[in-house]
Design a protein around this ligand. Structure first.
Ligand SMILES: [Zn+2]
Length: 338
């Protein structure tokens, strides 16, 4: 069935469903029927039309379209660390232009929903965040595209400012992103303790940087607003939710700091890297030394610090990398003082 209107490379399942409902000549799932079954499920709190592969909605849509098991796998084999649907507002304008040229309709891609993706790997440009609020609708691609032009968002987004990344730094961010992409794939593909530990360590460090309100990246305060967490949210939930609810700027700064911790910044890129972060951040970090980053990143109260210390120690155990060791020592040094 997919062959009647093939998905665009890396296209979100819901966007493809919508597109085929508009353009396929033979589809049994036209727009009217699709909207009907979609909204029948959309009120469920955990509903995610793109990644909840065993949801009734996905199964019903696939059964109407007679999508086989192997075709089914095409849509659902992607990254696993995903921004929740309500916060999935990133897009690449140049990708939209390619889609319009190639398939006649802008569509959304899986990579834009991935936590550590903040620049477009195909166009080497910064992803942007749409201000379109109704993230539950099916045809997000066209809505983000329209929003970009109609609501004056284009000027806002293109005026440089927050979204701008110096040309020299783009390859560095792309390198960190693709390193994380590789680390995630390795951890999924193997039972190797080192590969799994490494990927989990990367996630933990990003969670620490992006800890709501108090995390190293959040306390910089120059860009974006604090996420609105109520007092009842448990520590663990807050820790896990940080990267999922942080805005694009926050996530980008956090992955750059992680790149430094992982030893991915080469000497020739170093001054540009420091310049950029220094302009974005209000704190001073002694040249972003991994030990110092680790020390300042430990913002947790004594009770919670013990828990995070254990995780960090366990995950770092199998990794041998001098900058990671320095980060961990810095992080644990706080615990020793208190
Ligand atoms: Zn792009």
């Amino acid at each position: 069935m997919i062959s009647d209107l093939p998905p665009y490379k890396g296209e979100l399942f819901s966007c493809w469903l919508y597109r085929q409902s508009l353009f396929s000549k033979y589809t049994p799932l036209n727009t009217f029927l699709l909207e009907e079954i979609y909204w029948g499920f959309a009120s469920q709190a955990s509903f995610d039309a793109d990644f909840d592969i065993m949801s009734d909605f996905v199964l019903q849509a696939c059964s109407i379209l007679n999508i086989s098991r192997s075709e089914f796998a095409y849509f659902f084999s992607a990254n696993t660390w995903l921004v929740p649907r309500a916060f999935r507002i990133c897009f690449c304008y140049h990708c939209f232009c390619d889609h319009i040229k190639e398939v006649g309709h802008p569509t959304c891609k899986v990579t834009w929903a991935t936590v550590y993706m903040t620049v477009c790997p195909d166009h080497a440009c910064a992803l942007l965040e749409s201000t379109f609020k109704k993230t539950k609708v099916l045809n997000l691609g066209i809505n983000y595209f329209k929003n970009y032009y109609i609501d004056g968002v284009r000027e806002l987004l293109e005026s440089g400012g927050l979204a701008a990344i110096p040309d020299m730094l783009m390859p560095v961010i792309l390198k960190i992103q693709s390193h994380l992409d590789g680390a995630e794939a390795m951890s999924k593909a193997s039972e190797n303790q080192r590969a799994v530990g490494y990927w989990e360590f990367c996630k933990t460090v990003l969670r620490i940087f992006l800890f709501p309100v108090f995390g190293l990246v959040h306390v910089t305060g120059r860009f974006g607003t604090f996420p609105n967490f109520s007092g009842q949210v448990s520590f663990l939930r807050a820790l896990f939710n940080g990267p999922l609810t942080a805005n694009l700027q926050h996530r980008r700064i956090a992955i750059m700091l992680l790149g430094r911790v992982l030893g991915l910044i080469k000497n020739e890129d170093y001054s540009c890297f420091v310049d950029f972060l220094q302009r974005k951040c209000t704190w001073r970090l002694n040249d972003f030394d991994p030990y110092e980053i680790g020390r300042l990143a430990n913002v947790f109260s004594q009770n919670n610090a013990e828990f995070v210390n254990q995780i960090i120690k366990r995950q770092a155990k199998y990794i041998s990398c001098p900058s990671i060791d320095a980060f961990v020592s810095g992080f644990l040094s706080r615990a020793n003082i208190e």
